[in-house]
Write a protein that binds this ligand. Structure first.
Ligand SMILES: C[S@@+](CC[C@H](N)C(=O)[O-])C[C@H]1O[C@@H](n2cnc3c(N)ncnc32)[C@H](O)[C@@H]1O
Length: 259
């Protein structure tokens, strides 16, 4: 089956940023990924799954910095193409395998991976089903690390509607306590949480994630394409309305050892 490419006009906001060349597409940005690395105890002997890998930034970084083998998987062909190109460019094609996968029905054996990473993915689907899949493919004693959105304080009805009703319709998330309960129910133990503000789309966060050169490149692409420009002018005020209430939560849990 030939998979359809998505146009700038039809892409959801995350894919839109991916198509425009943004490299970090999750609420805590590079800061949250560094926190994840600090808690993941990664090594060269590990096989890691990065599900919902987007353009492959985290997957490539894991292979480059820690020497692990990484399966970078995503449901979107556009994202997978960018992830594969990035792995190739960084000459990490032998350690990063880019594969098609749906987080709700992972095509991997039980217990295959030493580490399972999901940055900003479960929120788009049936969260409990997706989290059960993350735990299923993790080996006993291995770690699951996930970044999710959370409401840092109760949003106003306008902020909630702007973000979940208009910017990301269908996306679901709640509080840190709610996330913890879901990951605990899926069988993870020794749960740890790290939280922070949503800075991905603030000027400072954007610059910190992308650096000056890529920030300019992404914004010029957005401004020089009439469809992208129109979409950005629609998106930005709605995202800004929600930013004061939004945050990220990084959850780390261990799958209990067998027996
Ligand atoms: C918010 S982006 C995060 C991308 C990447 N993890 C990052 O942090 O930069 C969400 C990603 O999840 C992918 N995705 C959405 N639904 C999925 C599913 N059912 N299975 C696998 N990936 C999915 C999207 O294609 C997208 O790449």
């Amino acid at each position: 089956m030939v998979e359809q490419r998505t146009s700038i006009a039809a892409a959801d906001p995350y894919l839109l940023f991916g198509l425009l060349g943004k490299r970090v597409i999750h609420p805590g940005g590079r800061k949250a990924t560094e926190q994840l690395f600090g808690q993941a105890e990664l090594s060269a002997s590990h096989e890691v799954l990065d599900i919902g890998c987007g353009v492959g930034t985290t997957a490539v970084e894991i292979a480059r910095r820690f020497g692990s083998r990484v399966v970078a998987a995503d449901i979107s062909v556009d994202m997978r193409e960018r992830a594969a190109a990035r792995a190739h460019k960084e000459e990490l094609g032998s350690r990063v395998s880019v594969e098609a996968a749906d987080i709700c029905a992972l095509p991997f054996a039980d217990g295959r991976f030493d580490r399972v990473v999901a940055e900003a993915v479960t929120m788009f689907v049936d969260r409990d089903l997706a989290i059960r899949e993350l735990v299923r493919v993790c080996r006993p004693g291995g770690l699951v690390l996930a970044t999710e959105f959370q409401w840092r304080r109760p949003p106003t009805p306008e902020a909630r509607q702007a973000f979940l009703g208009e910017v990301c319709p269908g996306m679901l998330f709640d509080t840190v306590e709610d996330w913890l309960a879901r990951y605990r129910r899926a069988g993870l133990a020794e749960l740890q949480v790290t939280t922070g503000p949503f800075e991905m789309m603030t000027p400072g966060g954007f610059l910190a994630d992308e650096g000056l050169t890529n920030s300019i490149r992404v914004m010029s692409r957005a401004m020089s394409n009439p469809v992208a420009r129109r979409r950005m002018f629609w998106l930005m005020p709605r995202i800004s309305r929600a930013v004061p209430f939004l945050g990220y939560v990084l959850i780390r849990g261990q799958k209990p050892a067998a027996g």
